[in-house]
Design a protein around this ligand. Structure first.
Ligand SMILES: [Cu+2]
Length: 114
């Protein structure tokens, strides 16, 4: 009689352990699949000092948003800055500064955020 009781007592524990492992497995799977997507989206702030009138930001914004991989670009004339959200699997900061330069507005990187 003692043996079946101890065997029964162990059963739920091993079942819990299996559930725990499968939960960890799911968490790892989700983590791995979510990581590249979240790491790829970055936001860079560019200084664009040569913008000298309120129409300039329109040209700069157009140049930035035409770069493949750029999802958003907001250009602030007062700050002389552009804040660009991009997928770093598709483009990079160098391509962004190049695009504003080609549009007539050389820019430099203020900072990059993930
Ligand atoms: Cu202008």
């Amino acid at each position: 009689m003692k043996m079946p009781i101890s065997a029964q007592a162990k059963m739920p524990i091993s079942a819990q352990t299996k559930n725990l492992f499968s939960a960890i497995g799911i968490a790892i799977t989700l983590g791995v699949s979510a990581l590249p997507a979240s790491a790829a989206i970055k936001t860079v702030t560019l200084a664009v000092p040569s913008m000298d009138c309120p129409v300039c930001p329109i040209t700069v914004k157009k140049a930035l948003t035409q770069v493949p991989g750029v999802s958003q670009a907001s250009v602030n004339f007062e700050k002389r800055q552009a804040v660009v959200t991009f997928d770093d699997a598709k483009t990079n900061v160098g391509a962004l500064t190049e695009s504003t330069k080609n549009a007539g507005y050389p820019s430099t990187v203020v900072g990059v955020a993930n």
